[in-house]
Design a protein around this ligand. Structure first.
Ligand code: 13P
Length: 331
């Protein structure tokens, strides 16, 4: 999952989220359209073979067949990539905590994991959402309940021989500065690793999917790439044990190029001294360009594949610290 030069494609948008993405390109979110779009991505051999180690799928997609009848899971495996599955059931209102969420999906998870393993999944994802865009949030209660659920999920995955990706996302929404994001991310990660330890989760078989330490989207002073890279790496050094093999970032609403530049700066500055691989597990920052190019039309599939291959290559270079903005123009 964190092989050199590779990262993860997050293509596990829930039905509601993929509808939002398709609305933006004027495409109706039908089962066939979702299949055609995702099939187009998974058939992009250049990206899949060279830059994508694994693909996170939604429940519908792991069961779907390509137009020619080949299971989509097989397309991923044939390209040398690993199928994964989102198993959480979404972030719901946290009781007694206005504005905060807790992720659900633990009931029946053992049985669902066994089925997903049979369907080909070898890793899973669970996303917890920590909103910090308010004066009194996040509460300790919100973080404690979310990391407890993340650890319960991770232990169940390992029992099922599935690698858990643990994703505690501190949102970029709001006008907070980068230091506020640092403090909450640090507290969240410390709490998460305490809970993983308490629940006997093997860190050697766990991947972390965090936010970068970054300014809120509405913050009047936006931190530079260099500051984001420095503070993110510092925060992880303080909180993430060396036994963990890899950290794969979410893009979280950064622009395509920002997500790439920030990852590149972390790897260019530090890669040799860090105990874990630093790579990507991007949804929007890998798919915004191919979605726009595709726009729901079969004749645009080659253009969508070229756009996906380009973003995958740029992010692959960023995992090696070898990306530069000139390469964007060349693509
Ligand atoms: P973004 O990269 O669009 O934030 O999505 C990644 C993801 O899988 C969130 O759970």
């Amino acid at each position: 999952m964190v092989a050199r030069g590779k990262g993860i494609l997050a293509a596990d948008e829930s039905s509601g989220t993929i509808k939002k993405r398709f609305d933006a390109i004027n495409v109706e979110s039908t089962e066939d359209n979702r299949r055609d779009y995702r099939e187009t991505l998974f058939r992009t051999r250049e990206a899949m073979e060279n830059s994508i180690s694994g693909v996170i799928l939604f429940d519908e997609t792991i069961r779907q067949k390509a137009k020619d009848g080949t299971p989509l899971v097989k397309l991923i495996q044939d390209a040398g990539s690993i199928p994964g599955i989102k198993v959480d059931k979404g972030a719901k209102d946290l009781a007694g905590a206005p504005g905060e969420k807790v992720t659900e999906g633990l009931d029946g998870l053992r049985e669902r994991l066994a089925e997903y393993y049979e369907l080909g999944a070898r890793f899973a994802k669970w996303r917890a959402v920590i909103d910090i865009a308010g004066n009194d949030i996040p509460s300790g209660y919100c973080i404690a309940t979310n990391v407890h659920a993340l650890a319960r999920y991770a232990a169940l995955c390992q029992e099922a021989n599935i690698v858990p990706i643990v994703e505690p996302e501190v949102l970029m929404d709001g006008d907070h500065d980068i230091d506020r994001c640092y403090d909450v991310t640090e507290y969240t990660l410390k709490s998460l690793f305490d809970e993983l330890y308490a629940q006997d989760v093997a860190l050697e078989g766990t991947i972390l999917k965090p936010n970068m330490v970054i300014s809120g989207k509405k913050c009047p002073t936006q931190a530079s790439t260099a500051e984001i890279a420095e503070k993110t790496v510092k925060c992880f050094r303080e909180t993430v044990p060396a036994a963990l093999p890899g950290i794969v970032f979410l893009s979280g609403g950064q622009s395509d190029e920002e997500a790439t530049a920030n990852l590149n700066a972390m790897n260019a500055g530090h890669a040799d001294e860090l105990p874990w691989a630093l790579s990507f597990s991007y949804g929007r920052a890998l798919q915004a360009a191919p979605q726009k190019a595709w726009a729901g039309k079969a004749e645009n599939e080659p253009a969508a594949q070229a756009a996906f291959a380009h973003r995958a290559k740029m992010n692959s270079l960023a995992t090696l610290g070898e990306w530069s903005s000139d390469l964007e123009k060349a693509g």
